[in-house]
Design a protein around this ligand. Structure first.
Ligand code: MG
Length: 468
């Protein structure tokens, strides 16, 4: 059973602010006509607004659209509550992203004879706690087809895919309607004569191997013929990443870019400490408005956890490059996105400390700092000096992949409680920004509108969980 919350971020905002219900609403990470709408309410979608569209373009389709800034902690809280509801019915719940989860009911064959009834009960339980939230539920013999079921009926869908009705459902779809089939794959399939999902399902594994160039073709054959391919991720090879898209105003300030790097490293440090992991590989990428990018990867002899250490390796590489090219700085005003990715993890419990260094002490100190942070309700009451440089530069970006951090520990509590706290300054009330349409932009078009980053504003390691 696959559960997909409908128009999640927008519905969460409408849940919290009843005055926004029934109205077209766009959720943004920052407020600029070039910002991408990362989620749209059902009402806005009906007017043609799509996720990832620029605010400016949304306004053309839907002039009355309201906008609101993201409140990730609130979305995570609801995620945790919805997962708790699912766990009432199933002990094998796998969160796939902040608004999606799959429940494996295979061991419940003799317990439930009607999964549709369970699905309706789950919808009712969610509604009892959050009356404005709707979800689409798909039921099928494997998680891929169950997910496909959620795509077939939105909002508030409930679709069961069986051997008897699968071809009927597939006949309503194009190849690119299948999650994971984009235009490139569509072309490859068409090239060997597969024109639609029904033909794809009835193609031989050999033919599909030809289309996809290897074992991926076998996976597709199995997915469409009721075998399980997608449910569990390998926990090895996983990565953690922190990324932030900058407005053009932010990137004009070099100090903001420098602080952002610290924030990104600190976010990763926090996740490493919470899962007691160290990493042996750090990558960093800067993307620019003209589409170009610079990146570097550092492989480390000694696994690390510390944000400022992470930063110093990155800075070292940056300095080397700047010197070799005679560049003043890589952090130019054309910067549009910074990303830090870490991988190759080592468990803290099996870390080998070299004999003559004071790592052990520093690692213990870091742990204690986080324990002290945990003693207070608000995560920002206790800060490390490094976080003080410009503490509110980095708005809490919604990390989809971080659903792992929202899992439950042995004590039944959410593992990383910081994820559920709002990012406001201590003592400062939470700001809610609700904006009506702004006055029309000046007639002279500024050059930035052609270069603003318009991809999804989130790109934390969501794709680790979901095969692209
Ligand atoms: Mg959804």
């Amino acid at each position: 059973m696959y559960i997909d919350m409908n128009s999640y971020f927008a519905s969460c905002e409408q849940q919290r602010h009843p005055e926004l219900r029934g109205k077209p609403l766009g959720v943004l990470t920052y407020d600029s006509p070039n910002a991408a709408v990362i989620a749209a309410s059902i009402e806005a979608k009906r007017m043609g607004v799509k996720t990832g569209m620029r605010l400016r373009d949304c306004r053309e389709l839907c002039p009355q659209m309201l906008t609101i800034a993201t409140h990730p902690a609130w979305y995570r809280q609801i995620h945790v509550d919805v997962m708790a509801i699912l766990r009432r019915y199933c002990d094998d719940v796998i969160p796939k992203s902040i608004d999606e989860a799959v429940c494996n009911f295979h061991s419940y064959k003799w317990v439930y004879n009607d999964l549709s009834a369970i699905a309706r009960q789950i919808k009712a339980d969610i509604a009892a706690q959050y009356d404005y939230l709707k979800c689409s539920i798909g039921i099928a013999p494997n998680s891929f087809l169950a997910k496909l079921g959620t795509e077939l009926q939105k909002p508030d869908g409930l679709v069961t895919i069986t051997e008897d009705n699968i071809d009927h459902h597939l006949a309503t779809l194009k190849l690119t309607d299948l999650p994971g089939i984009a235009t490139r794959n569509e072309r490859r399939l068409q090239l060997i004569g597969i024109r639609n999902p029904v033909e794809m399902r009835h193609s031989s594994p050999a033919l599909l191997r030809k289309a996809f160039g290897g074992v991926v073709g076998d996976y597709w054959h199995r997915r469409l013929n009721f075998c399980e391919v997608d449910m569990y991720n390998k926990s090895e090879n996983r990565t953690m990443s922190a990324t932030r898209t900058m407005s053009s105003q932010q990137s004009r300030d070099r100090q903001q870019l420098e602080s952002m790097l610290i924030s990104l490293c600190t976010r990763l440090e926090q996740r490493l400490v919470k899962s007691s992991l160290f990493c042996r590989e750090v990558s960093f990428a800067i993307r620019y408005r003209d589409g170009s990018a610079w990146d570097t990867t550092v492989k480390l002899a000694e696994p690390l956890q510390d944000a400022m250490e992470m930063r110093s390796y990155i800075k070292e590489r940056i300095a080397e490059y700047e010197q070799s090219r005679g560049l003043a700085t890589l952090f130019t005003e054309k910067t549009t996105n910074l990303t830090v990715v870490i991988q190759s993890f080592v468990n803290g419990q099996v870390m080998q400390y070299s004999l003559f260094d004071n790592r052990l002490k520093r690692d213990m100190l870091r742990k204690v700092v986080y324990q002290i942070k945990d003693m207070y309700d608000q995560k920002n009451i206790v800060r490390k000096g490094s976080e003080l440089l410009n503490p509110f530069v980095m708005k809490d970006a919604v990390g989809f992949g971080s659903v792992r951090d929202m899992g439950l520990g042995k004590d039944g509590q959410v593992k990383n409680r910081h994820m559920l706290e709002e990012d406001t300054a201590p003592g400062e009330p939470r700001k809610i920004v609700i904006r009506q349409r702004q006055p029309p932009p000046p007639a002279v078009e500024d050059e930035e509108m052609y270069h603003e980053y318009t991809g999804p504003a989130y790109s934390d390691d969501h794709y680790d969980n979901n095969p692209p």
